[in-house]
Design a protein around this ligand. Sequence first.
Ligand code: IMP
Length: 196
Amino acid sequence: MKFVLATANPGKIREMREILGATGFNILTRDECGIDFEVEETGSTFFENALIKAKAICEATGMSAIADDSGLLVDALNGEPGVYSSSYGGENLSSDERCAYLLKKLQGKEQARAKFVCTVICYFPDGEYIAAEGECLGHIVSQPSGSGGFGYDPIFLVEGKNKTMAELTSDEKNEISHRNEALSKLTLLLKERGYM
Ligand code: IMP
């Protein structure tokens, strides 16, 4: 079974391919399908944005498309950056600058409980879709640490581990991540529907 990933984020593509590798699915990227346009994320929830991306890429390729919409929610910032995680602090910031911006916003706050969340949607050419969600709990640390992963990983201390997400190996991250939880549930749903 062939699927196209409806994401342009290289970190997400790598992790989604690693996680979905065991399924035996043929996973293609947008680039491999000749998609060169951006899909505007106009939704106000992870679900809406995942649906917008999956539908647009399915319609452009004629193939079943899997979209991931994900982000970081920090309790002390009332759930920010949330759905705006990818552009928090400004469109053109690097990941390091975005982490620094978030740490600055957290200065003076006492606790920094946070979670990563992920909604994945598989949209089929007949207009049907299935969705699944995952989350990963943790805390924001004041000093970035580690070079693995992407995005906010260096400032996210994973609950139950004494490491930031960026200090984990990719296998370790994929075992506990929000993305893994969502994609594992999605894979089960695909299995139930006879796609595996
Ligand atoms: P979007 O789903 O394309 O809107 O972007 C999600 C954004 O959330 C990414 O650009 C990252 O900033 C952040 N994010 C999502 N998942 C992760 C993760 O696994 N590690 C670090 N940052 C993440």
